[in-house]
Design a protein around this ligand. Sequence first.
Ligand SMILES: Cc1ncc(COP(=O)(O)O)c(C=O)c1O
Length: 446
Amino acid sequence: MAVTAPVDLSVADLHPALGDPALTSMNFLNEVSERYPAAVSLAAGRPYEEFFDLAAVHRHLDTFHRHLIDELGHRPEQARRLLLQYGRTKGIVHHLIARNLAVDEGIVIDPESVVVTVGCQEAMFLVLRALRAGPADVLLAVAPTYVGLTGAARLVDLPVWPVAAGPAGVDLADLRVQVRRARAAGCRPRACYLMPDFANPSGVSIDPDDRRRLLALAAEEDLLLLEDNPYGLFHLDDGPRPPTLKALDTDRRVVYLGSFAKTVLPGARVGYVVADQRVAGADGRVGPLADQLAMIKSMVTVNTAPIAQAVIGGRLLEHGCSLVPANTRERAAYARNLRHLVAGLARRFPDRPSRPAAVRWTVPAGGFFVVVTVPFAVDDALLDRSARDYGVLWTPMAHFYDNTAPVCALRLSVSAVTPEQIDLGLDRLAALITDELARRAPSSVC
Ligand SMILES: Cc1ncc(COP(=O)(O)O)c(C=O)c1O
């Protein structure tokens, strides 16, 4: 729709991040799906909705309320105030998050190093805001990178330097090169952001040996690691999960970012950060980085809604603070869908001489995402055509790279669909790819 109304402000006079592709990406993708509501969405990374249960929300709230009184010894009026009044900046479920991390991940931390945030997104923002002290500071991030991280970095004027993922999830040699290159250019790499488990968007996980090597490299190069782990519980195979970086972290190198959006409820908007790095504050007192983050939070969201925290806290309490048994059904549904999608791709693009050589896909060991590589550039115009003419949505991988170079890949998500929708979506995607291959001369960029 053309804008004809007179304008009062120019975007050029607002923060330079406004209008940046990192900030417009999510809106663009939402707009496309709103414009084509009948299209099958293999784009949305939102969790499966069929298990959402409004009655359970009330129960969780009650459970946490009882916990305040029966286990923490609060008087009824104190408990009421804790739930309904403004509250502690660092949150009121920090002790349960610490217990959850101990039970599920073997991460042992002081609850005082936790800040409960409005989703993991706020946690990322707080950490980047704190780390960006001056114009020489840069953030390293394994590319392709979650666009929410890139957008948050833009808002705090922190340039993001890509580090190659390689087939192993992080190219350690490239990480060292980038750290040194940044320093040689007079920049200060403050941290490297990465997702060791079923990364969004790549789906790739870092193996346990590389996790240890990564920590050793971070120590050698004196670098912080920002570990984001929203998908770690959703592994395909039974058996032990690899240790998180934070579980292996013996010298406080890792800032751990957590989200309850996928493991409890996205509508609660609760996440957290574990920041146990020691900081001498302005008053000379030494405390965890979490205290500094809380100071920033007090000027951004004041505190995370205690009612929302109570819902998360109640769910944790009802499962002995473990989200593993609490997500049995969810894990099974995501695993079923992921297997179904990978098998469906193999059926539609069989490994025969007639198969277009350059149609390939990742086979992740868990999580929500599969990346399909094709022999032509995949851009927003193609997505629009895919939605309009073929009735299927996906995410151009170009959205996860912080440059304008053409990218010949797209991300498929299995989290918010049924196997039947996956079949339909893949039929439509296969038709699109076949037509594109017939229509286009081989691209020199792919
Ligand atoms: C890798 C990653 N980090 C963070 C987030 C944001 O999490 P939250 O919904 O808790 O803000 C997401 C959401 O999809 C994500 O994929």
